[in-house]
Design a binder for this molecule. Structure first.
Ligand code: XMP
Length: 516
């Protein structure tokens, strides 16, 4: 399949470049910016984009592209830092600006170019840079300028090398996607071969080959990724050969385990291993307050339960499937092309089971070319319940890290009841889908209250709701006060052990999304 390779120099929007390109049907992959070109060029690569970066191109020790890139014969497009690298390599000058240029800026095209085909100038671009090109390289001409007179785009006179100062991948950049499309389709000649329908077909034949006569085990968390991976396996392979294992740790939300089972059955699952391991998790956690210790104990219990259950149910030589996404691989610094397998083996070594399966070549990751929103769309195409597809993330240790003290059955029950009310109210009020993640935490303090004529001493419940795009940073959800008051009243009226409700108004940073 034709593809655009994106060399990543650490820019915040590198992933977005890849997403935008896939939006118009061209496949794209991301590789580390400093990769040796000979290692990453495969015949399918039709053009290369050099990403932005938090670094300045003129600083010592900043990531540099392989010089062979400029003679590889493929079309190149440098964005921001990538543009500066192209300029410097050709003898041009890049300098810091007296003031950082950030936000909207109008771009005027001064020379026609295939990059701007079909685009009416001037147009609004999106800038975020502290350096700019003071003099283009000796073989380059300025083809567009920003309203501040800064070179906004350059073109090589003889080669298909282009550079832009602005960020066409940013949603605020007018015609940004069209510029990327002009590059990928118009200049590089990529065919639009990337559709999810084709992805399903390709995965189906690949999975049939990989699995041949073998059984496949997938560990299910109940979240989007593992559920969509299950749907894909069930579509590709006979249901008798697909084993789905779900471990109920006792730290799940109200009704969660039943719902997971119901959803998997609806997708055609026949071999469902629903492991009730509550005691095996709760016992070691007894009296433990330290969050990292809780995580470690839960991780260890997972490993033990997994090993025991797998040994009971699966023959040796079975394949292990994981719902790893493309972003999981990229974030771990892997590359693409010839080196992909080598680099992947260093990524997310995971539990001993995952490690052993990876080393034995018995690990399959059928979603590893997809971004999260593509996984969601794929899920809908495969018939996964929309409520799961649009579900908020839920951490592996579950409610254990939302009880801010030692864990007891009683506290789990209180938190479960309260959180179920919170989430169901968000859904009923049409707020759930506006929020990236919402949940409740049970605080380790009691507070005084009055009910009727009596004074009582109840738990305090914290409500959290944040907006985010990836969980790396998060803003407090701007809750309508009326909803917040009504939800609080509903919780304290229904869960008698809770005497007080507070709303967390901290963004990330400095706070984290979870409280532990
Ligand atoms: P924080 O709290 O670090 O959370 O801002 C960012 C995202 O990660 C989730 N999270 C976890 N997920 N195991 C997980 O599988 C964990 O130990 C864990 N801790 C936090 C959190 O829910 C949020 O989506």
């Amino acid at each position: 399949m034709d593809r655009i390779l994106i060399l990543d120099f650490g820019g915040q929007t590198t992933q977005l470049i890849g997403r935008r390109i896939r939006d118009f049907g061209v496949y794209s992959e991301i590789a580390p910016g400093t990769s040796e070109i000979a290692d990453i060029l495969t015949p399918d690569v039709k053009g290369i984009i050099l990403s932005g970066s938090p670094h300045s191109s003129w600083e010592e020790g900043t990531p540099q592209p392989d010089p062979a890139l400029f003679d590889c014969g493929l079309p190149l497009l440098g964005i921001c830092y990538g543009f500066h690298q192209i300029t410097r390599f050709d003898g041009g000058v890049v300098k810091p600006l007296p003031h950082r240029e950030y936000g909207r800026s109008q771009v005027q095209v001064v020379q026609n170019d295939p990059l701007f085909e079909g685009i009416e100038a001037p147009f609004d671009s999106w800038m975020s840079h502290g350096d700019s090109v003071d003099a283009p390289g000796r073989n380059h001409d300025v083809i567009a300028v920003s309203e501040n007179g800064v070179p906004a785009a350059i073109a090589h006179r003889d080669k298909m090398i282009r550079g832009v100062q602005f960020h066409p991948e940013a949603s605020h950049c007018e015609h940004g996607t069209k510029i990327l499309e002009n590059f990928a389709v118009g200049i590089c000649g990529c065919q639009r071969q990337w559709t999810l329908e084709q992805y399903i077909e390709r995965q189906r034949s690949e999975l049939q080959q990989q699995a041949a006569e073998k059984d496949v085990l997938l560990l299910i968390s109940g979240g989007v990724d593992s559920t969509v991976a299950a749907a894909l396996l069930l579509k590709a392979l006979p249901a008798e050969r697909v084993w789905l294992m779900y471990v109920d740790t006792g730290m799940m939300r109200k009704g969660e385990s039943d719902e997971v089972a119901k959803n998997l059955k609806a997708l055609g699952a026949k071999n469902l291993l629903l492991i009730d391991a509550k005691d095996r998790f709760l016992q070691p956690l007894s009296g433990v307050e330290d969050p990292e210790k809780k995580r470690k104990l839960i991780g260890d219990a997972f490993i033990r339960v997994q090993e025991e259950e797998v040994a009971k149910h699966l023959p040796p030589g079975y394949l292990l499937a994981q719902g790893t996404l493309y972003t999981d691989l990229i974030e771990s610094g892997m590359g693409v092309g010839k080196n992909a397998q080598v680099i992947k083996s260093h990524h997310n070594v995971g539990t001993p089971l995952v490690r052993a399966k990876r080393d034995a070549g018995e690990l399959i990751e059928p979603l590893d070319q997809l971004y999260k929103d593509e996984v969601r769309r794929l899920g809908l195409m495969l018939g996964v319940d929309p409520a799961i597809v649009h579900r908020h993330p839920f951490p592996g240790p579950g409610l254990a890290i939302r009880i801010l003290s030692d864990i007891t059955e009683e506290k789990l029950e209180i938190l479960r009841e309260a959180d179920a009310i919170y989430i169901s109210e968000l859904r009923q009020r049409g707020l759930y889908d506006q929020i990236w993640q919402a949940f409740s935490v049970l605080l380790p303090v009691r507070s005084v209250g009055v009910t009727g004529d009596a004074r009582d001493y109840g738990f305090v419940l914290g409500l959290r709701a944040v907006t985010s795009s990836d969980g790396m940073t998060a803003d407090v959800y701007d809750f309508p006060t009326k909803d917040l008051l009504e939800i609080s009243a509903k919780i304290t009226n229904s869960v008698k052990q809770i005497g007080r409700v507070v709303y967390d108004i901290s963004s990330k940073p400095p706070a984290t999304i979870e409280w532990e």
